[in-house]
Design a protein around this ligand. Structure first.
Ligand code: CDV
Length: 306
């Protein structure tokens, strides 16, 4: 199978608090139609792609919190997405909230997860977000809450890499992209492509000095990570004004050179196809040649708690 193929970031515009899964899945299938027309083999959907980004609120009704989680994947409402992708011969990355059986209450009901589904419709890998940003307990004095450590359990699967799409493919979720350790864990396993979905507000009302830097702080760590680990990155946003919070778009494809080779232009549902060649990773992997040049003996602090 060729190691050169077309892949796409499938950016989603805002999802309303009361928007049913069925409607969101229909939007995703429309993006799959566009992906099929662009001859894509794989598409990357955002983090928490099936619902609104609820961790921006301190929700106290357990039933509402539970409604944002999936008890099975695929489940009755996501099965049509799997079928549509398989019928078109397209694999996908999907971010969603994974419920853990037996949990009750309004907090720690499960994981912020993603899966890789191959073009035959098989789930080949699962990731649970490691870097959960924001507050571990609600703080109603903040202008914008971000309660991932309150709603989710810390990811416990490490940083898996799957042999699929004729290469080695890893996954990350949103805030992970700002952590070099996450990328290195994937680079050390030979990842050639990393898929990442995100929900990032355009403005940080509690840290307004960072607002003009938001785009740079989004792209810069990924450009460095692509170059330093010799891998492709496809990152898909939830974009636009979602329930009063503007989510940054800027879905992108980043080459192993560190160059941003494709960037989304709008705030809505948008497909960003780009032809990648996994063999283009080789010259960068050769340059950094981890086995020869890394000095793990000098890096002890990296794995020590501080
Ligand atoms: N979903 C995220 O992980 N969002 C964070 C926010 C809190 C800044 C991000 O790193 O984009």
């Amino acid at each position: 199978m060729s190691r050169s193929f077309t892949i796409a970031a499938a950016q989603l515009g805002p999802i309303a608090r009361d928007e049913p899964r069925r409607a969101v899945v229909a939007r995703m299938i429309a993006l799959l139609d566009r992906a099929a027309a662009a001859d894509c083999r794989f598409v990357v959907f955002p983090e928490m792609a099936l619902t609104t980004f609820f961790p921006r609120w301190h929700l106290t009704d357990p039933a509402e919190v539970f409604s944002y989680f999936e008890e099975s994947m695929p489940g009755p409402e996501t099965q049509p997405l799997f079928e549509a992708a398989r019928a078109r011969g397209i694999g996908f990355y999907l971010g969603y909230c994974e419920a853990v059986a037996g949990r009750t209450g309004a907090d720690h009901l499960g994981f912020n997860s993603s899966i890789l589904v191959d073009p035959d419709g098989r789930i080949v890998s699962r990731y649970r977000k490691v870097h959960l940003p924001g507050n571990a307990v609600p703080d109603d004095t903040l202008k914008l809450q971000h309660l991932e450590p309150w709603y989710f359990i810390d990811g416990d699967l490490g940083f898996p890499v799957a042999d699929t799409l004729s290469g080695r493919v890893g996954m990350l979720l949103c805030n992970d992209r700002r952590w070099p350790e996450a990328w290195r864990m994937l680079g050390l396993q030979g990842a050639e492509l990393v898929c990442l979905g995100y929900n990032s507000p355009s403005q940080l009302p509690d840290n307004p000095r960072q607002n003009p830097l938001r785009k740079m702080h989004h792209l810069m760590p990924m450009q460095a990570a692509a170059y330093q680990n010799g891998l492709w990155i496809v990152a898909a946003a939830k974009a636009g004004m979602e329930e009063g919070c503007h989510m940054m778009g800027h879905s992108c494809v980043i080459a192993p050179s560190g160059e941003v080779v494709a960037l989304s232009s709008g705030d809505g549902d948008e497909l960003l196809p780009y032809r990648i060649d996994l063999d283009a990773t080789a010259e960068y992997k050769r340059f950094f040649d981890f086995a020869t040049y890394r000095r793990p003996n000098a890096y002890g602090l990296l794995t020590e708690p501080h």
